[in-house]
Design a protein around this ligand. Structure first.
Ligand code: 2NL
Length: 345
């Protein structure tokens, strides 16, 4: 075999083998085999000894060209292997967006917040504004301006926590309405809903709490009547206890309304037939309401010969207890996750 044939044979062998290589490790072995110090070219070098002097430069040139060709095979294959690795990695890392996601534990608003927001939604839909105010109030706004002067007997039922002689934890959200009436200066109509935390001196048990949540509503305008109040109460009944509920008004007394009523809703459990929830009566007492007492309107700057109003007060815990069959008001405040998680939407 002459030198040329030998070089051609090595190049062919290199091409054949290198193009089949799949790993860098094998590629390094191939490089050693073809181009290394103890590689195939050693044999070729031996052939050089037998060549006449004048042919040696030509032989050297051919040898170098052959080495370059083999190096280019190695380079190409290295590139091919690297590309294949990247391609495989990309395929492995493809995100299958159709796989189900990891479920994570979502919380939810407290059941009292849920009930409050449901009532807020109803009233926002009827054009009311949601108003909030301070929980630490002055006696004047919590009592005096609501027709509850000092030593009025109805103050007994609303004893509270006093900060000073004249500052106290509010016993209802009515002072928010008083503040609104004062802000409007007795001139503009009012349509507001006032949710919030209220306080009373009480001994806690299954149905009493010294702190609870209330939602009061107030409408003041010219030509407001008991009919407007009744329509509004019926809307609350149907929103909170389902379509088809009826209401019944019984005369009552609140210092801030005249006339005053207790509002019963036809039982959502037995539809009025009588059951253990409505104690056989078919009716459940859920809130108090009335037409705003003239003294209250006047005390906050409204001319009672021109303006009338209606107001109502809802106990949020009571609504939630009836709706969800909760038998102890203290459940709302213990922050027991087993209770709270029952009201996931
Ligand atoms: C109840 C009764 C009621 C009001 C609250 C009110 C507020 C103003 C004027 C007149 Cl500023 N009234 N609020 C009226 C009637 C009843 O709450 O049993 N709540 C749980």
């Amino acid at each position: 075999m002459n030198v040329n044939e030998r070089l051609e044979a090595i190049k062919n062998e290199a091409q054949e083998q290198i193009t089949l290589i799949k790993s860098m490790h094998e590629l390094n072995d191939a490089k050693a085999k073809f181009l290394g110090k103890k590689g195939l070219f050693q044999d070729v070098m031996k052939l050089m000894k037998d060549l006449p002097n004048e042919e040696r430069p030509k032989f050297g040139k051919l040898t170098n060209e052959a080495k370059q060709v083999i190096q280019s095979y190695l380079d190409e294959q290295r590139k091919a292997i690297e590309d294949a690795v990247i391609k495989e990695q990309l395929e492995k890392e493809t995100i299958d967006v159709t796989l189900p996601g990891k479920a994570f534990n979502m919380g939810q608003t407290h059941i009292l917040t849920q009930v409050t927001e449901e009532i807020e939604d109803l009233f926002i839909g009827m054009g009311y504004e949601i108003m909030e105010g301070p929980e630490v109030e002055i006696d004047e706004y919590n009592f005096e301006k609501l027709n509850l002067p000092k030593d009025h007997p109805a103050r007994d039922m609303q004893d509270t926590f006093y900060i000073t002689e004249d500052t106290l934890l509010r016993t209802h959200t009515s002072p928010v309405q008083v503040r609104t009436m004062l802000d409007k200066g007795g001139k503009e109509p009012i349509k507001i809903l006032c949710p919030g935390k209220v306080y009373r001196r009480d001994d806690d048990d299954a149905t009493h709490s010294h702190q609870f949540m209330q939602i009061e509503g107030l409408v003041v305008d010219e030509q407001v009547s008991m009919a407007d109040l009744k329509g509004t109460l019926l809307a609350i009944a149907n929103k909170m206890f389902g379509e088809g509920r009826n209401i019944r008004l019984r005369p009552s007394y609140f210092p801030f309304t005249e006339p005053s009523v207790e509002v019963d809703i036809s039982c959502h459990n037995c539809n009025g037939k009588g059951c253990n929830i409505c104690k056989g009566t078919g009716w459940i007492e859920v809130l108090g309401a009335g037409l705003v007492n003239n003294n209250v309107l006047e005390a906050s700057g409204y001319d009672s010969t021109k303006y009338q109003g209606f107001a109502f007060g809802i106990g949020v815990e009571r609504i939630a207890m009836l709706k969800y069959g909760i038998n102890d008001i203290r459940q709302f405040y213990t922050n027991d996750i087993r209770f709270i998680d029952q009201f996931k939407k």
